[in-house]
Structures are given as structure tokens and as C-alpha cells.
Design a protein around this ligand. Structure first.
Ligand code: F58
Length: 831
């Protein structure tokens, strides 16, 4: 059934009076002052900006409160199917702006604060964003829950309330230095802790067999330690529709039983240490690593939040007498990558050991309740938990996993008799390099549906990562191309463009993004183009101000703003972008390129490297050194500048993306599962220079070849070159421009004469270059020349930019959610 676009309310429902503060400037001011006085305990005249921010947040929350309670009550009464989104990460970004937008309070708040002599923008800037995620995967989860709320779909987001989110990046002499992210330090007005609803989670111990009253053999788990999960609820308001869903994040706390034996023995200090041990579970977000090591704490985190979530749903969201044989009618649990996959044996355990189900009954229910999304193609990023570790921490779960595997192998042998190699390939248990549980296989076997996150990725997932599974169960595999929320990333982040769009085609696009198509004819309207360009300029000026204050960086006027922001990873190829910069620079200082032929350009990088990822950190160091050298060299006459603001996060993205002219999406084809930054840039009128990778493929198809700068090998060509044997050094030898750029780095030019400082980066490119940056260099440089040519023709450029916006409506996360709903979840929006 086509659900159509998210409903566009004809009137802002949030304005209807419900129990809550009056929807007027007066009502707002009263509430604000009340919060300031009673919750903060200060008078307006004596209050700090932080007091004011906290009071404002609480005020806005009070407006949403009745809606939230109402949503909960109605959903419970309707007994409809809920999406249980299980994600170890939610990269939410700041909450205040989104809450104001969703509740239509922007104007009232602005006026109300003005009456109090305060400025809304200043208060908004006081908020520290909750950085409870690493990058794309966590941000996707945040976009999805926004869309579900806006589309009136019942959803509970489940995750972990990390006390420290993604580290704060600083640069010391150009090198990345990580600082703890103390996002809770100044108060956390958006959360509702419910210690009364805490859930116990068990670990360790052993299992025992026994016979139940009917004489059936059963197992129970005798754990030897436990912790408490304390739920913290967050509002997830839909856009102007009155729905407020819930994000429930779990925080670990020691139970009384935890330290009792030690305490009784009189060792107080040891008892306190034990408490710290328990609370470590939700202490810190694991910074993404391309090679996950078997970190015990990480597995504890995964089981912790999943066990809390299942327990919570079954005990608190369902009726007391609910028959769990029908669990799939009330929830679909979406596994956001393999991090929550331990939920599969956990549900089996609950159903069998606690609810008395037989194996077959439990498996029948379990396999209807889960769906799995894969977000990667890098083999080393697929989680494999050593059985030694898993068995020590969760002995009952390991038993269940072994039993699931036996059943899988039986099915495989039945379907492919005599093909023992296939059975071994498909086994959930890996034998090398050590015995381990392949979580992606477990997820694939248990799930109703398995999806990749862009068309190309889903195809490669079937053909290269899980070929045996997709051959055996072709219908289980599907694609849902990622999307981004237009509320945060267009309406909020780009107010000038949003206003122009709404003035031109009406406001419906915010919840029905395909309507941006109606802008297409205006690409040929000089008047519209002028306004479009003016919005871009405004965004650039706003960014310049932010970067000046935040980083002391000066953005020159009139430059092409060329932006590459994403996690630092070799496969994403920041080094290719850097080689282009170095090459331009080298050509000017060596006299090969007259400086006045250089297109005035500012290249902005934003990227965090995993703290343990040496190559990534060296690359950051090199980018910073190149930035300092290039930006300061008078021979460039200010026509080339490189900026690398530290600590790229959602808040900075919201300023950077709307200002960008050129979006860099230059991963090696076949490596970036989807990308979502690429979508945000296109929707904000940047043109993309990119490879045929991830969702770039779909962006190019939609916006048209003419309005996208394609370069580099495609995936089959990459595979072919790899098979043939790739020799990066030959590209260096054969391409004088490339050679000159690399030689300049090797000469010590960017490192104060130290000729070896960047050996690791350069020789990695010359000797191994796993992601074939050198092979794509010339093609990239040629594409950049086409960029400059188009940019020189302002009208043509703006026309392309308008068409990028008009044709990118597909990339709304509302559309992604519609596809999940129709093909995977089979849930219904509530009317
Ligand atoms: C990203 N994965 C993909 N993983 O790289 C990107 O192409 C895609 O658009 C996005 O997911 C959303 O589907 C990603 O962000 C992580 O951050 C993991 C976190 C946990 C450790 C391993 C990496």
C-alpha cells in the first residue's frame, strides 16, 4: 500500500491548546520566567546564559509535554505495531532548534526572549550537542526517528546514554589530540531519568539443565554479576503534527547486590571500585575503528542496552496478559548494523528459559521480530566476537548461538547436499584466526529482511559479502537507500533557502520533499537564480562568522567553497583531495601555472580520526601542515586557502553544508556503503564531485550527468585492477603532476624541512595504496578542471545548483522510512 508522503498538516496542530503553557508570547514569557526562577533558582537579572538556555529548553519541553503523554497513551491504547529501533549510536545534534521548529515556537520564543532582553541565537549556541555517535550510522538513526515521528509512526529508539560521547577534537601543532566530551556538564534539560523503572541485566556465571513440571529438559542461567539499566527518556517530536515519540537511552548503575558481598566483608574501598566497574558500561562511546578488537567492554555495552530494551518492551509496553507468540504483531526490532545482534539469542533465551517456549516456537517468533541493516562493505569492519569472550560473559547466549548454528548448517546441508565447503563458509562460527561468532551471519539468518543502504551497496552485499546467504534466501535481501531529514538539514540549517523555496512553491516540501521538483522551471529564471545565489552568499557569510569566532579562521570572499567533511578514513581518500591541493599549489610556485589562472578556492576539511588509527592521524597532521603553508604563501595571492576547523560535528555541519559550493564524495568505488553527507550537500545546492560509489550513483542519476562531476574507476574497474595487480608507483612514475606533488611533500616543504615527517603517509600511497588514490588522481584533476570551468560561468553554476536541489527530493529520510514500512516493517502510521 502506498502510504504517500508524510501528511502535511493544514494548520500547525501544535498551536491547539492542550494542557501546557499558553501558545502566545505572554504565555511563553511567563513559563520561561517561571522555569528560570523555580528550576534554576535565579532571577532574570542575575542569570547566566546557561541558566537562560536551561530555562528556555525546559519551557519548550513543557509545550511538548502534553503531546508526548498523549502520544504514549494513544499508542498504548491502539495496541499497534511499534518500530523498536536498536542502535548503539544516535548522533542527535542540538535539540533546542529542532524542538522549537517541531512545535512552531520559533517566532513566539524569539519575541518572548526579546521582551526579556535576551537573544534566541545566543541561547541556542549555548547548547552542547549530544554526540552519542561516531558518524553516518549514528546520524542516520537520528534522521530516521525524526521521520517516523513526523510520519506519525509509533517508534521507540533504544540505545545507550553514554556519559562521554564522541571525543572533542583539538589540534596541537597540527596533530589531533582528543579531549573528553563532557556533554552533561552544564545540565541536560532534555532528558527524563526514570530510576524507578530500572532493569536488571545479568552477566557471567554458568548454565544448568533441569526438568520442568512436565518433565521437559530446560536450561537456566545462573549469572554471577549484574548491573542496573536506568532508562532516560528523550522526546522525539514530529514536525508540526503533535506526535512526540520516545528515544530511550540506558545508563548503567551498580545494583545493591553488586557490591554487597565485598561491603559485608568490610572492604569499603573495594565496594566503591566495584560500583565504578558497573558504571563503566555506559561511560564512553567507542570511537569507531576499522579493525574492531575483541573489547570486552564493548560487548558488555551491546548486551546491556539490548537486554534492557527487550525487557522494557515486553514488561512495560505490552499488556500484562499479552501472548508473546504474537510478539511480531506488536514490534519489529530493527538492528542498526551488527552492534545489537546479541538481541537475537536474548529474545530466544527470554522466550525459552523464562516463558517456557519450545525451541521451534521461540525461533518462529524471533525470526519474525528482527530485521537487519548492514552499513559497510569493509570485511574487517564486520564484527566477530571470540567465543571465549562471549561464553565467559554470556554463557547461555553462546549455547543458544551454537544451537542456532546447528540448525542453520542442517538447513544448508539439506538445500545443498554434499557441499560441505558451503556449509563451512556459511557457519555462524568462524574457526580462524580464532573461534568466533560472525554477528552479520547470525543477523542474516535470524532476520526477516536484510538491507543495504544504497542500491550499489545492497548489490555488493548480496554478491560479495553474503553471496551464499543471498543465493539461499534471495527474497530476504532488499535495498533501502538512506535519506536525511529535511527538517534539520534544510529547513533549520538553511533558513534563507527554505524561505525562498516556500515563497516559490509553498511550504509542503518540508514533509513531502519530492515537491522540490516544482523548482525545476525556476532554474531558468534569472530572478530566482539571483535569490538562490543570494541565499548561498548569506550562508557563506554566516559560516565565515562562525569559523572566525570558533577557530580564528578567515574565509575569503568570493571563493569557490570546496568542502570535504566526514570521518577520516583511508577509503574515503582525504589524501586524494589533499594531493589535488598540493598539486595546484606546486604548479603555481614552480611557475607552471600563472597564479591568475587559479580559480579562487577555499578547501575546507572536517574530520575526526579514530584515536588508534595511526594513518588517519598522520593524514590529519599533513592536512594541517599543508593548510598552514598554502594559506600563508604570498605567491598564491590569497587565491588558494585550506581550512581545517577542529571538531567537526553536527552543529558545524549545519553551518558548513549550506555554505558549500562543491561537495567532495571521492571514496574508492565499492567502499562507501551510501554516504548521507552527499545527500545533505545536494539538497543545499552544492554540486558534487564524486566517484560512482554508494548513493553518489543515485544522486548522479537523479540530478543528471551534466550537474554532477563524475570521475574515477567504477566498482568493476576497481575489482579488475585489483585482480590484475595494482602498482601505485607506476602512476607516480608516469604522471609528472602527481610526481611533483608527492615529491613536494617528501622534500619537507610542509614540515619545516623534515623530509621524513610524512613518510608513513606518502610511502603508504606509493607502496600499497589499498584504496587506489593514485590510480584515480588524473581523473580527479580533470574533473576539478571541469568544476572550475562551470564555476567561471556563474549562471550555469547556479542553474546546476538549483537543479541539484530540485531533483534531490528522493533523499528525504521520510522516503527511506516509507520503504522500510512497506517492505520490511509492515507497520502503519497512526491517524
Ligand atoms: C556508515 N557507517 C557508512 N559506521 O560508512 C556510510 O556509508 C553510510 O552512509 C552510513 O553508515 C549510514 O548508513 C558508519 O557510520 C560506523 O560509524 C561504525 C560505528 C561503530 C564502529 C564501526 C563503525
Amino acid at each position: 500500500r502506498d502510504l504517500g508522503p508524510a501528511r502535511t498538516p493544514t494548520h500547525p496542530v501544535a498551536t491547539a491548546p492542550v494542557n501546557g503553557p499558553l501558545f502566545s508570547v505572554d504565555g511563553f514569557v511567563k513559563e520561561f520566567i517561571h522555569e528560570l526562577n523555580t528550576a534554576q533558582g535565579v532571577a532574570l537579572a542575575r542569570s547566566s546564559v546557561n541558566d537562560q538556555y536551561l530555562a528556555l529548553a525546559r519551557t519548550v519541553k513543557n509545550y511538548l509535554m502534553a503531546r508526548w503523554l498523549d502520544t504514549n497513551r494513544k499508542t498504548r491504547e491502539a495496541k499497534v505495531k511499534t518500530v523498536g529501533y536498536l542502535s548503539a549510536e544516535y548522533l542527535l545534534g542540538r535539540q533546542l532548534g529542532n524542538a522549537l521548529l517541531a512545535s512552531d515556537l520559533n517566532e513566539i520564543a524569539d519575541k518572548g526572549l526579546e521582551l526579556c532582553g535576551l537573544d534566541l541565537v545566543t541561547l541556542r549556541n549555548q547548547e552542547v550537542e549530544p554526540g552519542l555517535g561516531n558518524g553516518g550510522l549514528g546520524r542516520l538513526a537520528a534522521c530516521f526517528i525524526d521521520s517516523l515521528a513526523t510520519m506519525n509512526v509509533p517508534c521507540i529508539g533504544y540505545g545507550i546514554r553514554y556519559e562521554y560521547g564522541i571525543f572533542r577534537q583539538t589540534f596541537v601543532d597540527g596533530r589531533q589530540v582528543e579531549q573528553p566530551d563532557t556533554w552533561l556538564a552544564l545540565g541536560s534539560p532534555w532528558e527524563f531519568p526514570h530510576p524507578d523503572a530500572s532493569v536488571q541485566v545479568n552477566f557471567g556465571g554458568h548454565t544448568e539443565k533441569y526438568r520442568d513440571a512436565d518433565g521437559k529438559e530446560r536450561t537456566h542461567w545462573l549469572p554471577d554479576w549484574n548491573v542496573l539499566g536506568v532508562p532516560y527518556n528523550y522526546m522525539v517530536p514530529g514536525y508540526l503534527n503533535g506526535r512526540v515519540n520516545t528515544l530511550r537511552l540506558w545508563s548503567a548503575q551498580a545494583t545493591k547486590a553488586f557490591d554487597l558481598p565485598t561491603f559485608n566483608a568490610g572492604d569499603y574501598a573495594q565496594a566503591v571500585r566495584a560500583q565504578t566497574f558497573a558504571e563503566n558500561i555506559s561511560k564512553v562511546l567507542y570511537p569507531e575503528d576499522s579493525t574492531p578488537q575483541g573489547k570486552e567492554l564493548r560487548l558488555q555495552q551491546q548486551y546491556f542496552f539490548v537486554a534492557c530494551s527487550l525487557r522494557d518492551f515486553i514488561d512495560n509496553e505490552l499488556e500484562d496478559d499479552f501472548d508473546l507468540h504474537h510478539l511480531d504483531e506488536r514490534i519489529i526490532l530493527q538492528l542498526n548494523d551488527t552492534h545489537p545482534v546479541i538481541a537475537v539469542p536474548e529474545l530466544m533465551r527470554i522466550l525459552m528459559d523464562e516463558k517456557g517456549f519450545d525451541w521451534d516456537e521461540a525461533w518462529a517468533v524471533t525470526t519474525k521480530c528482527f530485521a537487519y541493516t548492514c552499513h559497510t562493505l569493509l570485511p574487517e569492519a564486520l564484527e566477530v566476537w571470540p567465543t571465549e569472550l562471549l561464553g565467559r560473559l554470556l554463557p547461555r547466549h553462546l549455547e543458544i548461538i551454537y544451537a542456532i548454528n546447528e540448525q542453520l548448517l542442517e538447513e544448508v546441508r539439506e538445500a545443498y547436499p554434499g557441499d560441505e565447503l558451503r556449509a563451512r563458509r556459511m557457519s555462524i562460527i568462524a574457526e580462524f584466526p580464532e573461534r568466533g561468532v560472525r554477528m552479520a551471519y547470525l543477523a542474516t539468518y535470524a532476520a526477516t529482511k536484510v538491507n543495504g543502504v544504497a542500491a550499489l551497496h545492497s548489490q555488493l552485499l548480496r554478491d560479495k559479502v553474503l553471496p551464499d546467504f543471498s543465493e539461499m534466501w534471495p527474497d530476504r535481501f532488499t535495498n533501502v537507500t538512506n535519506g536525511v531529514t529535511p527538517r534539520r538539514f534544510v529547513k533549520m540549517a538553511n533558513p534563507k533557502l527554505s524561505e525562498l523555496i516556500s515563497d516559490t512553491i509553498g511550504g509542503g516540501w518540508v514533509t513531502d520533499l519530492e515537491r522540490l521538483r516544482e523548482l525545476e522551471p525556476f532554474a531558468d529564471d534569472p530572478d530566482f537564480r539571483a535569490q538562490f545565489a543570494a541565499a548561498k552568499d548569506w550562508n557563506k557569510r554566516r559560516l565565515a562568522e562562525v569559523l572566525r569566532k570558533r577557530d580564528g579562521i578567515d574565509l575569503p570572499d568570493g571563493h569557490l567553497l570546496d568542502v570535504m567533511v566526514k570521518r577520516l578514513h583511508e577509503y574515503k581518500r582525504q589524501s586524494l583531495k589533499l594531493l589535488h591541493v598540493v598539486s595546484l599549489y606546486e604548479q603555481v610556485i614552480s611557475g607552471k601555472l600563472p597564479v591568475d589562472q587559479l580559480t579562487p578556492r577555499t578547501v575546507v576539511f572536517g574530520a575526526k580520526a579514530a584515536p588508534g588509527y595511526k594513518m588517519a592521524k598522520d593524514t590529519i597532521h599533513l592536512i594541517n601542515r599543508v593548510a598552514a603553508t598554502v594559506s600563508a604563501d604570498p605567491r598564491l595571492e590569497g587565491r588558494l586557502k585550506v581550512a581545517f576547523p577542529a571538531n567537526y560535528n553536527v552543529t558545524l555541519a549545519e553551518k558548513l553544508i549550506p555554505a558549500a559550493d562543491l561537495s567532495e564524495q571521492i571514496s574508492l568505488a565499492g567502499m562507501e556503503a551510501s554516504g548521507t553527507g552527499n545527500m545533505k550537500f545536494a539538497l543545499n545546492g552544492a554540486l558534487t564531485i564524486g566517484t560512482d560509489d554508494g548513493a553518489n550513483v543515485e544522486i548522479r542519476e537523479l540530478v543528471g550527468d551534466k550537474h554532477f562531476f563524475l570521475f574515477g574507476m567504477n566498482e568493476p574497474q576497481v575489482a579488475e585492477l585489483g585482480a590484475k595487480g595494482y602498482n601505485p608507483e607506476s602512476y607516480y612514475e608516469d604522471n609528472p603532476q602527481l610526481k611533483a606533488a608527492l615529491d613536494l611533500v617528501l622534500s619537507g616543504h610542509f614540515s619545516g624541512g623534515d623530509q621524513h615527517l610524512f613518510d608513513a603517509v606518502v610511502y603508504n600511497l606509493l607502496n600499497s595504496d589499498r584504496f587506489m588514490a593514485l590510480a584515480d588522481f588524473q581523473s580527479y584533476v580533470d574533473a576539478q578542471a571541469r568544476v572550475e570551468e562551470r564555476y567561471a560561468d556563474t549562471d550555469a553554476w547556479t542553474r546546476s545548483a538549483v537543479l541539484n536541489v530540485a531533483r534531490s527530493g528522493f533523499f528525504s529520510s521520510d522516503r527511506s522510512m516509507r520503504e522500510y514500512i512497506q517492505r520490511i516493517w509492515h507497520t502503519q502510521p497512526m491517524m
